[in-house]
Write a protein that binds this ligand. Structure first.
Ligand code: IZC
Ligand code: ZN
Length: 417
């Protein structure tokens, strides 16, 4: 007797395969099970088979998927989830021609969010992030990475990490990253070294309180150089953190090569990645986390070369980069459409990117991104008959039901969003 049986699944994507990221051509392959069924017991997938075989199974609860698509819950590998305030005032500045880095240089951008985050209480931060998580869930996300990085002082960075911890009552499972090295705050202007030392001094406390698994840095022109990033991340690695890098987003500094050198789990952005970086990624264990929503929202025409990265043999994942400045959306389905339309990724590559590879990019490859017997029953029943339809019909949400550990945690009530 199973706890739950999902019968009459039109298309089931289990995303099953080897227990490692999909690279290069592998990203173009997925197995589609037509007319399938799936049973759940104690929060785990207990059985996967055909719709006919399911007739002889017994379950306490049965749900009819009505010939629709079922996939693993989506995994979101890069968000700046916890912050105070908003930055809609920057839209007019951008329209006047000020660039993202110019706005930051004038004390706006990240630094404006830092002021609001320092002023917010822990409860306020949790409440605001919780609303964003509800939206992520409504778009089908069941596991999500969340970064700090709007404190830039010891107290507020810890407050943000505490907020991420406090959000563990939300159905979305969180993975925490310390991004204290996100920008140099005004009180350390001209003293980048001193500031990085300040953030480095937090690492032991973060480790001992288990407040973050990964350490990230914004390696960018006018922010942190490759050499500063190398020294800082090497320290974090020594202390047992996994490594992530905001690399080659606006200028080709070589952050990708640094990520590979340090065996970072992911190199994120890569809009300005070098040819050498693309080649080296293919030989490395580092996953390319691409964020086309940011390129779109910054009003740029040149997207990260996802097609070349995959063609050369690399592993790609996709993310919203959700943050209040350069990508203000929780809609991971929209990001899938941008990858289809602006990066020429195939639907198969896109599904591998937002499930299996996203899970490996945040250290959850063994529990998230694939449906298989014994794995957590995190899945989405879509209002779509096939997997191509989801990125094709863009800008809206196609989720009907979202399950986390076998429980229905989101149901679209009525109407369309
Ligand atoms: O708040 O602008 N790129 N960090 C690096 C961001 C975007 C987030 C922000
Ligand atoms: Zn980011």
């Amino acid at each position: 007797m199973y706890d739950l049986l999902i019968e009459n699944i039109g298309q089931l994507l289990t995303m099953e395969g080897p227990n490692r990221p999909r690279k290069g051509r592998e990203m173009g392959q997925i197995t589609v099970k037509d007319n399938a069924a799936l049973a759940v017991e104690q929060g785990k997938v207990a059985w996967i088979g055909s719709a006919e075989e399911a007739h002889s199974l017994k379950a306490s609860r049965t749900m009819n998927a009505k010939s629709q698509l079922v996939t693993p819950g989506l995994v979101e590998p890069h968000t700046h989830l916890v912050f105070g305030g908003t930055r809609e005032n920057e839209v007019a500045l951008k329209q006047k021609g000020f660039s993202y880095l110019e706005i930051l240089e004038r004390g706006g951008g990240i630094l404006s969010t830092v002021r609001a985050t320092r002023a917010a209480s822990l409860e306020e931060l949790v409440k605001k992030a919780n609303r964003s998580l509800d939206r992520f869930l409504s778009f089908g996300v069941t596991t999500l990475e969340a970064k700090s990085g709007y404190g830039l002082d010891k107290k507020t960075e810890l407050k943000q990490l505490e907020a991420i911890k406090a959000l563990n009552s939300h159905p979305i499972e969180l993975v925490s990253t310390f991004l204290g090295a996100h920008a140099v705050p005004l009180e350390f202007k001209g003293n980048t070294k001193g500031f990085l030392k300040e953030m480095e001094d937090l690492l032991d406390e973060i480790k001992s309180q288990n407040l973050a698994e990964f350490v990230d840095i914004f390696c960018e022109s006018g922010v942190f150089s490759v050499e500063e990033s190398r020294a800082y991340l090497a320290r974090a690695k020594e202390k047992g953190f996994g490594i992530k890098i905001h690399a080659d987003e606006l200028y080709p500094l070589g952050g990708t090569e640094l990520a590979i050198d340090l065996e970072a789990v992911s190199a994120d952005h890569l809009v300005a990645i070098s040819e050498k970086g693309i080649q080296q990624l293919a030989e490395s264990k580092t996953i390319a986390t691409l964020l086309p929503g940011t390129t779109f929202y910054l009003g740029k025409d040149h997207y990260a070369p996802g097609r070349s990265i995959i063609d050369c043999g690399g592993a790609v994942t996709l993310s919203t980069d959700f943050n209040p400045g350069s990508s203000v959306t929780e809609n991971l389905q929209l990001i899938m459409s941008l990858a289809l339309l602006k990066m020429n990724l195939t639907p198969e590559e896109i599904w591998n990117a937002v499930t299996v590879n996203a899970a490996f990019a945040i250290g959850r490859g063994d529990v998230a991104g694939q449906l298989a017997v014994g794995r957590p029953a995190d899945f989405v029943i879509w209002d779509a008959e096939n997997y191509v339809y989801v990125p094709y019909h863009y800008g809206v949400s196609h989720t009907q039901f979202v399950f986390k550990n076998g429980n229905c945690v989101y149901e679209r009530s009525s109407g369309y969003v």
